[in-house]
Design a binder for this molecule. Structure first.
Ligand SMILES: NC(=O)c1ccc[n+]([C@@H]2O[C@H](COP(=O)([O-])OP(=O)(O)OC[C@H]3O[C@@H](n4cnc5c(N)ncnc54)[C@H](O)[C@@H]3O)[C@@H](O)[C@H]2O)c1
Length: 307
């Protein structure tokens, strides 16, 4: 059986991935310092009998011990709030950059077969061309985005110097069950929560900014595909390949929830990019990654989940 360790395993993506991989026949364990985890996600892991070790990924000795029997490490632990990173950049560099250095070093020392690094579209900043492919220049606009890019650089460094095998997945906006409400990462959960409570969703800016939303189940499929792929030491965009205006998203959620009225508007937030849409042709070609859930299907599942 293939042994997989997931850092950030008590988080939104990590916990969904742990359950998905266990049901696909992998031997899974999670590492998380619980700094940002939701109680429901922790409960889900325990319900599914998935071991969760409470540890900080910056604790080199501890993660070395915990990862000893691992074939594959998925590194998803990070602080992920763009706005918070602008207010407190040093914590983001400390946590995300040092954390990734520690995980990559442990993978090298243990001879782990493959490190899958969960990166972000935030490394691109405001795109100069849409859709964004993997060769698009990187120009992060927030300490969060920069911390994810520096994480990529560290992994590439260990690959060059020590032969570490990696796959970098640059996720666009992921949504689905178990997501906390944080910046645009949680915009769908936020809007759904609003309409469920009879409140109008709040759009920051004019609502014409676009995002590429991908359901967490499709992300789990992409991550599993990266375990098996012969294309190592590569970066892949993981999104739906469709840019959706935030205003249209709000209207779609309101319509699916039979909510009458219009969204309300607040001023644009600093650090927010204007347009985002992934070119996923490389992931289609080399990982055989084809997103399955439409936005509408995904939204319905979130609406039902939060009933
Ligand atoms: N959610 C999205 O839309 C999105 C988009 C692009 C990339 N990503 C990336 O996906 C990964 C997971 O994001 P998520 O949405 O599940 O966030 P999340 O906040 O739900 O999960 C992150 C988990 O990491 C843990 N963590 C943070 N720092 C840690 C540390 N030093 N040691 C151990 N655990 C630590 C937190 O407690 C949390 O449980 C992140 O690396 C993020 O950059 C997410």
């Amino acid at each position: 059986m293939v042994n997989v360790a997931i850092t950030g395993g008590a988080g939104f993506i990590g916990s969904n991935l742990a359950v998905f991989l266990k049901s696909s026949g992998y031997n899974v364990m999670c590492i998380d310092n619980l700094s940002r985890s939701l109680d429901n996600n922790v409960r889900l892991l325990s319900l599914k009998d998935i071991p969760l070790y409470v540890a900080d990924v910056r604790d080199c000795n501890k993660i070395f011990e915990l990862m000893k029997d691992c074939d594959i490490v998925v590194h998803a632990a990070a602080l992920i709030d763009v706005e918070e990173s602008l207010r407190d950049p040093v914590s983001y560099f400390e946590n995300n950059v040092v954390g990734t250095a520690a995980v990559a070093k442990a993978c090298v020392d243990l001879g782990v077969e493959r490190l899958v690094y969960i990166s972000s579209a935030a490394v691109y900043g405001d795109p100069i061309k849409i859709p964004v492919d993997e060769d698009h220049p990187t120009n992060p606009l927030s300490p969060y985005g920069l911390s994810k890019l520096l994480g990529e650089n560290i992994i590439e460094f260990y690959s060059k110097i020590n032969g570490l095998k990696y796959v970098i997945l640059r996720l666009f906006n992921v949504f689905g069950p178990g997501q906390a409400i944080t910046g645009y990462a949680g915009v769908i959960t936020k809007f759904v929560n609003c309409v469920k409570c009879g409140q109008r969703p709040i759009i920051f800016g004019d609502g014409l900014q676009t995002r590429d939303f991908i359901h967490v189940h499709d992300v789990c499929c992409a991550i599993e595909a990266s375990f098996k792929s012969s294309h190592v030491n590569e970066k892949f965009n993981i999104g739906s390949g469709k840019g959706v205006k935030i205003l249209d998203l709000a209207k779609m959620i309101m319509s699916l929830a039979n909510f009458d009225g219009d969204p309300s508007f607040a001023s644009r937030r600093s650090g927010d990019i204007r347009y985002s849409c992934a070119d996923i042709s490389k992931a289609k070609r080399l990982l055989n990654f084809y997103p399955k859930l439409s936005l509408e299907e995904g939204l319905k599942s979130v609406l039902n989940d939060l009933t």
